[in-house]
Design a protein around this ligand. Structure first.
Ligand code: 2NL
Length: 360
């Protein structure tokens, strides 16, 4: 029990002072009002009786009253602080400050996306426009317009994925398929507007291939096409060599080897010096010092005629390359299936970091 005051009416309040440390928050507020409240607090009422006391008595009683008032005030404040501390402790209960923070996945560009964007960017700098087109095509846009003979093995069901549905009315030929290259978009581009044509076409293409370390049934392709008056093989070589210097490095050596495509004549494959051994020969380039990166050639006269362009007036060159393959070369990836797997260890190793921070 707290120290007595020397006055029985004040001492009668001491049990209440004693009880303050056990009051709950709402009871504390009520008790503060009941004791110290300006209108009906018991100590306030006692203070009002002072005026009617003799001077000597007024001093002693007044001092005792004030001391008791201060003790109540201190007790109320201490209790209020204790309640607040307790509230904070409960709020924090269940938070383990030693637990590691959550890693935030912020996303990263896929290595193939990065390669496509870079390649497209280099051709855009040269004034090429970007075009896209349907992935479901007819065999006219995919094969016949491109000078494939009707019995070409690429048109076989073994190589090409055909659809059962009939093509829409007014299409030039009978069979629907998943495009096997992006060339049909170039055919559509040449039909849509007269030369000059300078386009690059990125997109997915489909082949009836089993998946292995170097083949996918669905993969990306980028093709490019320039058609105008007076275009020659010099433009092809100069532009593609510039591309190799921008994409790999300015000193990268290139070479063109004769090749064959139904839609170009003459045709070539372009090699760049092996990016791993720089020409001395290593397992990645099978000892040759060179890596094949694209096929190209002068647009075949028959293709120009198929899109109603006069080969006596217009000439053009074209190329096609596989960004999945280029990504393998650039990042030294041994198996193309890794590019599809979504394995974060792989994507974090070849991409820019896809994870930020170690916690909040
Ligand atoms: C390759 C080879 C190539 C083309 C694609 C093309 C398109 C038209 C006319 C003539 Cl409309 N040519 N495209 C030309 C040469 C090669 O691709 O190895 N691609 C992965």
């Amino acid at each position: 029990m707290p120290e007595p005051t020397g006055y029985s009416d004040l001492d009668a309040l001491l049990p209440r002072l004693d009880a303050v440390p056990a009051l709950a928050a709402d009871a504390l507020d009520a008790e503060r009002t009941a004791v110290l409240g300006r209108k009906s607090g018991v100590l306030t009422a006692a203070l009002k009786t002072l005026a009617s006391l003799p001077v000597k008595e007024r001093k002693r009683y007044g001092a005792a009253l004030n001391r008791l008032k201060e003790r109540f005030e201190a007790a109320f404040q201490a209790r209020a602080e204790a309640i607040e501390t307790e509230r904070r402790r409960r709020e924090g209960a269940g938070i383990d400050l030693t637990m590691p923070g959550r890693r935030h996945w912020v996303g990263a560009e896929h290595p193939v996306t990065k390669v496509v964007d870079e390649i497209v960017g280099i051709f855009r700098e040269l004034g090429f426009a970007v075009a896209t087109g349907p992935e479901v095509e007819t065999d006219w846009y995919n094969f016949l317009a491109l000078n494939f003979p009707a019995d070409h093995p690429a048109m076989d069901m073994h190589d090409t994925l055909y659809l059962d549905a009939p093509p829409a009315d007014g299409e030039p030929s009978g069979r629907l398929l998943l495009r096997t290259h992006t060339s049909p978009v170039q055919i559509r581009t040449m039909l849509a507007a007269p030369p000059p044509v300078r386009v690059v076409i990125p997109g997915m293409v489909y082949r009836n291939d089993a998946m292995d370390a170097s083949h996918l049934p669905a993969f990306s392709q980028i093709e490019g096409l320039a058609v105008d008056e007076g275009i020659s093989f010099v433009d092809l070589k100069a532009t593609l060599t510039h591309f190799a210097h921008r994409f790999f490095s300015p000193g990268t050596r290139t070479r063109f080897r004769p090749s064959f495509f139904p839609f170009t004549e003459p045709s070539a494959e372009m090699d760049v010096e092996c990016q791993l051994c720089h020409g001395s020969g290593c397992p990645a380039c099978k000892g040759t010092g060179w890596m094949e990166i694209l096929g190209c050639g002068m647009v075949h006269e028959a293709v120009l005629e198929n899109v109603q362009l006069d080969p006596e007036r217009y000439t053009g060159w074209a190329f096609g390359m596989g960004p999945h393959r280029i990504a393998l070369l650039r990042y030294g990836v041994p198996d193309i299936r890794l590019l599809l797997g979504g394995d974060m260890r792989f994507l974090e190793a070849v991409g820019r970091p896809g994870v930020a921070g170690g916690g909040e």
